[in-house]
Design a protein around this ligand. Sequence first.
Ligand code: C5P
Length: 225
Amino acid sequence: MQLVPVICVDGPSGAGKGSLARRLADRLGFHLLDSGALYRVVGHVASERGVAWDDELGLEAIAASLDVTFEPIDDGVGVFHEGTDVSIPIRSVRGGEGASAVAVFPKVRQALLARQRELAVAPGLIADGRDMGSVVFPEADLKLFLEASAQARALRRQLQLQAQGDSVSLPRLLEAIEARDAKDRARSASPLRPAEDAVVIDSTELSASQVFDRAMALITSRGIV
Ligand code: C5P
């Protein structure tokens, strides 16, 4: 049973979920769950410890005892594993590949489930991911599913990576994004797809502010806050 308001922001990578989720959390004063970061850290720790990305039991052990914290840093929120800032490696292209590789395993997903649900505490939660509305918070008050063309998403991702001093060519990013999407949509455990009661927003032609305004209008009209 979910006792506090939960708003889910799901969709493929680069559709603008992260920035929308952050803005909503700031505006409403809610907690923020960046579920992708959990999968990214599992993939990263596996690499560090020599656990293969297809070793389901080894990955499950990592996920079950994951010591991750999210802490404010200069320009946003840093992701720390056992006290070490892993924000940069987990956000790299390889970090995304690792996340999507480990995320196919039901045991890994199950090991992260309770940890995600624990974050639904007062005054409320904005949950950013792929299966927030379909699996993790089926009773959420609002389920948003952001879409955007692969080209638009690759371009946004390139700008994000450039901002952190990483230059990756657009064709390579497009290829990585399409490969990751295909994997996320095709997997049998919690595939990427909108929950039946999700509101789908195509952000290809919309600015971040326009998407935010639409989300706030839905939140207000549903009386969530
Ligand atoms: O959202 P982000 O790009 O950080 O997610 C990285 C990868 O983690 C996704 O491509 C997906 O494979 C996986 N993921 C997932 N379920 C979530 C969040 C992320 O499977 N709720």
